[in-house]
Design a protein around this ligand. Structure first.
Ligand code: KG4
Ligand code: ZN
Length: 340
């Protein structure tokens, strides 16, 4: 069962060929990070234009790297949402075109299902039910995965995603984009107790996340202390390094605390950590400690499968294909799409 998968929901143009939802035959990711960096975040209009320029070469490369022809495919899978409408449309139209011309089934995929399938793709068997923490630039959610391809939302962010908070704090301090990797690096060896930040708990007793408050707390701290934007990224003052380390510790503590609470309630047989922020070294360490304390295995995909890619869409596409999910040529991009 060979699937060509296409992903263009945000700022990566990606295509992959995946066999049986388990073997990555090829995976191509063309990132637009350099394009958006001067703006400190993704500019939707630029993103869609660049997807349009890159989609054909990226798909062609995925096909030639895999050494297969379109006739060898069994299906075409594509991210239909959620994401940026202009970006999603490029992938959806390209996938539709290929499916139509070559007479292949078209399989719609939810972007978050792709992130949740990434640990399965990377590690093979994962004991179920699993509890998945999906943490990226656009999403911060906890999902229960009772069986393969079944996802139950247990908590989500009420405002900013964790990765978005990293990006906004980095922008505020003049540290560049994307903020997560820079903050992760600058926090190494810095004093993460220098500033006491707390991440708000939702008052109605829900398990949801909220990260906009800590971003504002960082802003107030910067104003109060008169901290100027960093002029030389190769020489970041200790005060800024301690600040971002303290911010990172607060965000990671909130993520891991919720993960632990949810695991105690749900009693899963494994934990999954996925999405771009799963690359964070402190989060990886703390999630591993939490899993060990709970006596559960933790599955974290390698960074190339944690951040946006099409191989994970191929894995989720295989699961959907087996469930009998097909889309017609009237498939539309859905910028706001729930996964359940
Ligand atoms: O999954 P992803 O590639 O795209 C979305 O679906 O959003 O995630 C990108 C996000 C960005 O916000 C980026 O700052 C964050 O992941 N990120 C990190 C790290 N590496 C990437 N955040 C914290 N620490 C990192 N090492
Ligand atoms: Zn993503």
């Amino acid at each position: 069962m060979r699937i060509l998968a296409v992903e263009t929901s945000c700022d990566e143009t990606a295509a992959a060929v995946v066999e049986d939802g388990a073997r990555i035959v090829s995976s191509v990711v063309s990132t637009q990070v350099a394009l958006h960096a001067p703006f400190g975040g993704v500019v939707p209009e630029l993103a869609s234009r660049h997807h349009l320029e890159n989609i054909c070469p990226v798909i062609s490369k995925a096909m030639s790297d895999a050494g297969v022809s379109y006739a060898d495919l069994d299906a075409v899978a594509v991210t239909r949402g959620p994401g940026l409408i202009g970006s999603l449309l490029v992938g959806v139209q390209a996938a539709k075109g290929i499916a139509f011309v070559h007479g292949k089934p078209l399989v719609p995929v939810h972007h978050i299902a792709g992130h949740i399938e990434a640990p399965f793709l990377a590690h093979g068997e994962v004991p179920l039910p699993a509890l998945a923490l999906v943490v990226s630039g656009g999403h911060t959610s906890l999902f229960e995965v009772p069986t393969r391809g079944e996802y139950r939302l247990r908590a989500r962010t009420r405002d900013d995603a964790a990765g978005e908070a990293f990006d906004k704090v980095a922008r505020l301090l003049g540290l560049g984009y994307p903020g997560g990797p820079v903050i992760d690096r600058l926090a190494q060896g810095a004093n993460d107790r220098a500033v006491e930040f707390t991440v708000a708990r939702i008052k109605d007793g829900s398990r949801d996340f909220s990260f906009s408050g800590i971003k504002t707390a960082v802003l107030y701290h910067v104003r109060r202390e008169g901290i100027p934007p960093v002029a030389d990224p190769s020489n970041v003052p200790a005060e800024v390094r301690d600040l971002v380390a303290s911010f990172q510790r607060a965000v990671v503590t909130a993520l891991v605390r919720r993960l632990k609470q949810a695991a105690e309630e749900m009693q899963p047989r494994s934990l999954l950590l996925t999405g771009g922020v799963a690359a964070n070294s402190l989060l990886r360490r703390e999630a591993a400690l939490t899993a060990a304390a709970l006596g559960l295995p933790l599955f974290v995909p390698p960074i190339a499968l944690s951040t946006d890619n099409a191989a994970m869409i191929g894995a989720a596409g295989f699961v959907n294909f087996q469930k009998g999910l097909r889309a017609g040529l009237d498939l539309n991009a859905e910028p706001h799409l729930d996964l359940q």
